[in-house]
Ligand binder design. Structure first.
Ligand SMILES: [Zn+2]
Length: 117
């Protein structure tokens, strides 16, 4: 595990020692999980199917975030680093794509506010 989001907290972490590109990818992925599971939400341990769905959405969202913000190619890094449960952006189903876009929009808007300010 190269990064972590702890459900119910505002905590996201990325391990030391990654390349800048991979650190950006792991951060975008974990921030996506933080948006999926905000601190105020009730939390129950996911089923395996729910966990895989959340992972696929987080991968898709991270890919969109980095593409939109001009970061590294998430899918290329994810394939090279063999991220678990990775599915390329163009293989997500329509509900996963819709959720990934919603999550990515929130992150991109927040980053844009900081950039503008
Ligand atoms: Zn994940």
């Amino acid at each position: 595990m190269k990064g972590q989001h702890v459900a119910g907290t505002n905590t996201v972490s990325v391990v030391d020692g990654l390349s800048d590109d991979e650190a950006a990818c792991v951060l975008a992925h974990e921030i996506s999980h933080a948006i999926q599971h905000p601190p105020s939400a009730s939390y129950a341990a996911p089923t395996e199917s729910e966990r895989q769905h959340a992972e696929r959405v987080a991968h898709g969202s991270a890919s969109l975030i980095l593409h939109t913000l001009g970061g590294p190619d998430y899918d290329a890094v994810a394939i090279r680093a063999a991220y678990s449960d990775f599915v390329p952006f163009d293989r997500l189903d329509s509900s996963e794509l819709r959720e990934a876009r919603q999550v990515a929009d929130i992150v991109v808007r927040a980053v844009s506010m900081y950039r503008a300010g």
